[in-house]
Design a protein around this ligand. Structure first.
Ligand code: FAD
Length: 473
């Protein structure tokens, strides 16, 4: 019986398992090895807190590219949404834990099949893959607790790396006032209401923390610091705007592309519309546009426009944005633009030293400091044993920006010699350097379906092209 192993049981790994089971015509065993985050839910949908909302409207969150309404229809099976008309439910930003229930539920169909003739066996192992050893046919996965798994094909669906900065600062390693991983349980360590919480970073993770503190009615002071001090923007109601990329878009260099986008941003402003519409309209083309750029252009894009892109593209639900704005307006939340230099534990809190844009050094003391700086960016500098082993064995190679690994158009890993692997595949955030837009469900559901079909040696079914419009028209 054919056996496929999947490393990682978040959205990407789970939905690949579901699609393998869905499309397999022969008996097959699928083994998902997953650690740390709950199977089926992963980092994003493993939260148990109801105030953590999806940052994509329900209509765009189907787990299947060939069934665009699937999540919406599934929501209709839940009584708490009965009172909402279709058009409202489709635009809703649902709690992420409910989305986790959806994905976990899809996996359950195959974990515990009710059909007596089901020939696909899906197993989940709660463990960490620490090494992959190639065999004459397929490979063996070595697991942290000592077991091993043999498989014909292996998929890496390991998601984002944990935060990279401020990890190995030894004086803080065992300091309960410092939370290196924002997904750890820091609620038990909340200071009193006269205390200060310092958040390192001002992105989506920081927003999660601020919203939870508001939900808990915590009254202390929150200070968030990042290099640019820019906060995620809000989703909005927009207009139907035409696709504006010219036919020869593959010939455009970065300068021409930026000029084109800026022209449309300006046009939208003149129409009293949100310029982020110009970014959203690029979504179906972003991967291709990224791949057309030279490596120097990609570097320049990341340096000059990366932050602006992220705040415009990765927006938050309006209700969440209002809560953050309220915290700012009330003075509870202060946002500082500064480059964080070091953290030093003191008797009374942890000192966060940072440099302001004028070069002046400043510091602020936190009773609790939470690292919200986002995932480790460099693949080669990763401290994750599996990644180090894969690189040392030459089973994978870093992409040209060292943000992840190289794969071919069928998601097969390119090894250290530049050869295509016969058994190892990867999808998800590991492909960020190669594809740029590869971290959210609208892209990942397509990858999960295509890689499943490729591993099954079936011709990938191309679902009808969907236009993912993030704003509400
Ligand atoms: C807080 C947050 C909110 C988000 N909200 C949205 C949203 O609303 N809409 C949207 O489209 N996208 C959202 N995203 C993007 C999100 O990254 C994707 O939607 C998706 O969840 C990524 O899934 P994944 O399986 O690739 O990664 P993950 O969810 O990170 O799953 C990877 C899993 O693999 C495990 N793993 C890693 N290495 C190993 C190993 N060696 N051995 C065993 N297990 C391993 C991890 O522990 C984890 O369980 C959000 C992301 C975050 C972080």
């Amino acid at each position: 019986m054919r056996k496929i192993a999947i490393v990682g049981g978040g959205f990407s790994g789970t939905m690949t398992a579901v699609n393998l089971a869905r499309y397999s015509k022969d008996p097959m065993e699928i083994v998902v090895v997953n650690a740390k985050r709950p199977f089926g839910r992963g980092t994003a949908y493993g939260t148990t807190r109801s105030e953590h909302l999806l940052n994509v409207a329900a209509r765009n969150m189907s787990a299947f590219p060939d069934h665009p309404n699937h999540f919406f229809e599934w929501l209709r099976s839940r009584s708490e949404f009965d009172h909402l008309p279709d058009n409202e439910l489709r635009e809703m930003f649902i709690p992420r834990r409910i989305y986790g229930d959806y994905i976990r539920g899809l996996a359950s169909i195959y974990l515990h099949p009710v059909h007596p003739d089901s020939e696909v066996v899906l197993k989940v192992i709660d463990d960490t893959v620490i090494d992959i050893l190639p065999e004459e046919e397929g490979a063996t996965l070595e697991l942290k607790k000592g077991a091993s798994v043999k498989a014909d094909s292996v998929l890496l669906a390991t998601g984002n790396q944990p935060p990279g900065s401020f990890q190995s600062q030894s004086p803080l390693a065992h300091d309960r006032r410092f939370c290196a991983d924002p997904w750890e349980n820091w609620l038990e360590r909340l200071p009193n209401d006269d205390g200060t919480i310092v958040l390192l970073g001002t992105g989506l993770t920081m927003v999660d923390v601020v919203i939870t503190l508001s939900e808990l009615n915590w009254k202390g002071k929150i200070v968030a610091i990042s290099r640019n001090g820019m906060l995620p923007r809000s989703h909005f109601r927009g207009i139907a705007y035409p696709d504006y990329l010219p036919e020869n878009s593959s010939d455009l260099n970065l300068g021409q592309l930026v000029a084109l986008i800026e022209r449309h941003c300006e046009k939208l402003r003149q129409m009293s519309q949100n310029p982020a519409i110009a970014i959203d309209k690029l979504r179906p083309h972003t991967q291709q546009l990224w791949q057309n750029l030279t490596v120097e252009e990609k570097r320049e894009f990341l340096k000059r426009y990366g932050t602006r892109w992220n705040v415009s593209r990765h927006r938050i639900a309006q209700s969440i944005h209002h809560r953050v704005t309220d915290a700012l307006d009330s003075g509870q939340l202060q946002v500082i633009a500064g480059c964080i230099d070091s953290l030093a534990p003191q008797e009374e809190g942890i000192s966060v030293h940072f440099q302001e844009s004028n070069g002046k050094m400043q510091s602020i003391s936190g009773d609790l400091v939470i690292n919200c700086t986002g995932p480790q960016a460099s693949f080669s500098a990763s401290k994750i044993p599996l990644f180090q082993k894969l690189l040392n064995r030459g089973l994978v190679s870093c992409d040209e920006l060292d943000m992840g690994i190289q794969v071919n158009e069928d998601f097969a890993a390119i090894d250290g010699e530049g050869e295509t692997s016969s058994f190892l595949y990867a999808i998800g955030p590991l492909l960020k350097g190669s594809l740029w837009e590869t971290t959210a469900v609208p892209e990942l559901r397509g990858q999960a379906m295509r890689v499943a079909q490729i591993m099954l040696e079936q011709k990938p079914i191309q679902p009808e092209k969907q236009y993912i419009i993030e704003y509400c028209i």
